[in-house]
Design a protein around this ligand. Structure first.
Ligand code: SF4
Length: 774
């Protein structure tokens, strides 16, 4: 019995009605006669790990095999739905390319020659290497980068080893860092990974390169679809016409790197035409008096020259969105690692939203809520001998020593790290040697720009440890590779997610590990034991951690979690009915009245509560004293993007497709059926100038660098002239991931390694390439 593609697609794309009645399709006989209700032998609870959104799900098992994944209909977030990537988690579990046993390198770095070893040998080897590095260079010479649900486990090991602040969550430098810093300086709050956007209750939405239908997360798309159903006006701004653009009422093809000019001009119109939300601005913001003269130069006519968007359109959009305030939103981009002025761009977006008064308002930004879930009972890892040693040595954070970031950014970077700078510290061995690196569930050769420099850095390490599921490219450079079980084969402690509807869920295995793999808690337990740190890791695997946490929960909460797979904080009030049948003011009031009785409140400002902002002033800092004190622009200014140095060089931009997650799913059999290679989007006029035709095989060239695997040119006016687009995550060169090997071109190889001075985050799209026929 095998689930075939058509069934998979139905499940992935259809609504909850279909999902609630799973059917199995037997292709060997006539389908209509054989269609029968599906009865699982076993159903287990889980949450999806195919992307960080972690939709809550149920796993259906027959004959000891996972047959189907389905969104948990008790989830207040994904409401019984999964996307195609989520459904294809089955094919990650059953990928025969998976890492099947611990490995120790026997060839040169990059050759991918290993010997298979036992778990005990691998633990002993890692422990020996960590001890050698600590003895020779001190614990500060150990670094960590990590991603995903297992982060607390690997970070605990890192702390026990005396690892200092040299760790990084790549999502900061490669994705949301500039945006979070910009919002922190303005609202005293970062937006985080799961943004508090109240799309379903919004009446006017501006998306700036935020391709919500391709950078797809189930609940976000669900609420965006509701907004479209409610006839919210959608404006989409991007150099590329995307699927999201196709859903918009108005698409504006903007020159790349000029979004700040567009937003500054919107602010200009709001200010000069007095369209701002005065009640909100007077009560909750400081610095509007300084913004007024500052913004005068950023007229729509000036912005037209920068952006290519007509001044009249900018004026009209500013007027339209203001007329819906506060129930409207200018959506901050998800990935803001673009042109090096990204934090000032985020500041401009934050200020424009503040002028609309949409903070903690329906249709604007809601207040995220969270359920408190007890942690497992474990000793204070700070007491480990290596942590004590690190404390005595008091080594500087290498990343902070290499950067000149403003004060508040330094605090944020102290918590989330800067992966791009961390690898540069390793490559240069400055300000001091970093000699051991752990990559957990993240591939630095695909999430950093100028990725050949990362290979150089890897060669500077005495010890490189990788924990992953598949033998991706970075594993070819590792000294030891620990194979982690997939999320369908393991337990995980309750995970509480912060969002509009607070909820927590947990994970239990649907099947035993297929290969000789272990969960991340078991892996860190083994290494710690061999380091003499066993007392700090009292649980031998994730099951122990889960049950310790469950045992500390109030009984009713625990019972509900085990019964439903998810807990929330009570029934969710209906969204405002904006279908047009009711006056929107009445609809919003009805919803707010319902929230008055709810145990959580996403709209405190709308409900008249006193709100303090975690800024210097206690209000929203339109003008930032903190930035002024550190010598940075206290109000956002416009920096034009860089230009190509030669003729026929094109700016390289990249983005997502809906059926792949970053660089993690390119070997997935089902997802490959829908997108199995990237191509190069090029404008017809650019293509003509270099004699490229649609479908020609081409390679990208930058200096001495040439992409090794030819891809097709897609000649289309959906991309603006002077710019080319490729989908992220391709150009795969690990021969052990056989389904995607030698497919596509890698953006990571060609995009720039510049940084934004305010956040330290990457500025990937400052890179230009030329194109040659293959
Ligand atoms: S959005 Fe899709 S891939 Fe991400 S967690 Fe949800 S179902 Fe999984």
């Amino acid at each position: 019995m095998q689930i075939k593609r058509r069934t998979f697609l139905k499940g992935a794309l259809a609504g909850s009605a279909l999902l609630s009645l799973p059917l199995v399709f037997d292709s060997k006989a006539d389908a209509r006669e054989k269609l029968k209700p599906y009865k699982p032998d076993k159903v287990t609870f889980n949450f999806c790990e195919m992307c960080f959104w972690n939709c809550t799900e149920k796993v259906f098992v027959n004959d000891g095999k996972v047959r189907k994944l389905e969104g948990n209909d008790k989830s207040p977030v994904n409401f019984g739905k999964l996307c195609a990537k989520g459904q294809a988690g089955i094919k990650t579990l059953y990928d025969d390319n998976r890492l099947k046993t611990p490995l120790i390198r026997v060839g040169k770095r990059g050759e991918g020659k290993w010997k298979k070893v036992s778990w005990e040998e691998a633990f002993e080897f890692a422990a020996k290497k960590f001890k050698e590095v600590i003895d020779k260079y001190g614990p500060e010479s150990i670094a960590l980068e990590m991603h995903g649900t297992g982060e607390p486990a690997i970070h605990r090991l890192f702390e026990a080893l005396g690892g200092t602040t040299n760790f990084a969550v790549p999502a900061y430098s490669q994705c949301r860092g500039s945006r979070d810093v910009g919002f922190y300086y303005t609202f005293g709050a970062a937006l985080g990974g799961v943004e508090p956007l109240d799309l379903s209750n919004s009446r006017y939405i501006i998306l700036l390169g935020r391709d919500i239908t391709e950078s797809l997360h189930v609940s976000e798309l669900y609420h965006f679809s509701k907004a479209i159903g409610n006839k919210a006006k959608i404006v989409y701004v991007d150099p590329r016409y995307t699927h999201t653009a196709a859903k918009a009422d108005r698409y504006l093809q903007i020159k790349p790197g000029t979004d700040t000019a567009f937003v500054l001009a919107l602010i200009n119109v709001m200010v000069t035409e007095d369209l701002i939300n005065h009640d909100f601005v007077d009560k909750y913001t400081v610095g509007y008096d300084k913004l007024k003269p500052h913004i005068a130069k950023y007229t729509p006519q000036w912005a037209q020259k920068q952006t290519g968007i007509k001044a009249e359109e900018i004026i009209q959009i500013a007027r339209e969105i203001s007329s819906f305030a506060p129930n409207c939103i200018i959506v901050p981009p998800r990935r803001s690692a673009r042109y090096g002025n990204d934090t000032q761009f985020a500041r401009a977006v934050a200020i424009a939203n503040a002028l609309l008064g949409n903070w903690f308002q329906p249709g604007g930004f809601f207040k995220p809520n969270k359920i408190k879930v007890p942690k497992a009972n474990m000793p204070d890892v700070e007491k480990s001998k290596y942590a004590q040693l690190a404390h005595q040595r008091n080594a500087a954070n290498a990343v902070l020593a290499l950067t000149n970031l403003p004060t508040i950014t330094r605090e944020i970077v102290g918590v989330l790290g800067l992966d791009n700078v961390l690898w540069e510290a390793i490559r240069t061995q400055k300000p001091y040697p970093i000699k051991a690196m752990i990559s957990y569930a993240t591939n630095p050769l695909f999430h950093n720009g100028d990725s050949n420099k990362i290979k150089e850095a890897m060669n500077k390490l005495d010890f490189y440890m990788v924990v992953d599921i598949l033998p991706w490219e970075h594993t070819l450079y590792a000294d030891v590779v620990f194979p982690e079980s997939t999320y369908l084969e393991m337990y995980a402690p309750p995970k509480s997610k912060s969002w509009k509807y607070p909820y927590a869920h947990f994970r239990e295995p649907a099947v035993d590990p297929i290969y000789d793999t272990r969960d991340i808690w078991a892996i860190v337990h083994g290494i710690a034991k061999h380091m003499g740190l066993g007392e700090f890791f009292p649980f031998k695997d994730a099951k122990g951690v889960l049950y310790s946490s469950l045992n500390r929960m109030p009984k009713d909460q625990r019972d509900k979690l085990l019964k439903d797979g998810v807990i929330s904080l009570g029934p969710i009030p209906e969204d405002a009915d904006l279908s047009g049948d009711i006056d929107p003011k009445v609809a919003y009031q009805k919803m707010l009245d319902a929230y008055k009785k709810a145990p959580f409140n996403p709209y405190p400002i709308a409900l008249g509560e006193d709100v303090n902002f975690n800024t210097g002033s206690g209000k929203i800092d339109i003008y930032s004293d903190f930035l002024a004190e550190d010598g940075f622009d206290p109000l956002p200014n416009y920096t034009p993007p860089n230009k190509p140095k030669k003729q026929n060089e094109f700016r390289l931009v990249f983005g997502r497709v809906a059926v792949h997650t970053h660089a993690r799913t390119q070997n997935n059999e089902w997802l490959l059926e829908h997108y199995d290679d990237n191509n190069v989007w090029i404008n017809p006029q650019d293509a003509k100038s270099i004699n490229i035709k649609d479908g020609d095989k081409v390679v990208l060239v930058k200096g001495n660098l040439k992409s090794p695997y030819p891809v097709k040119a897609k000649v289309t006016d959906k991309i603006i002239q002077g710019t080319i687009f490729i989908a992220h995550g391709w150009g795969r060169f690990s021969p052990y991931t056989t389904r995607c090997y030698k497919k596509g071109v890698s953006d990571a190889e060609f995009c720039s390694n510049d940084t934004d001075p305010l956040s330290g985050a990457a500025a990937f799209q400052n890179s230009f390439v030329s194109i040659e026929k293959a």
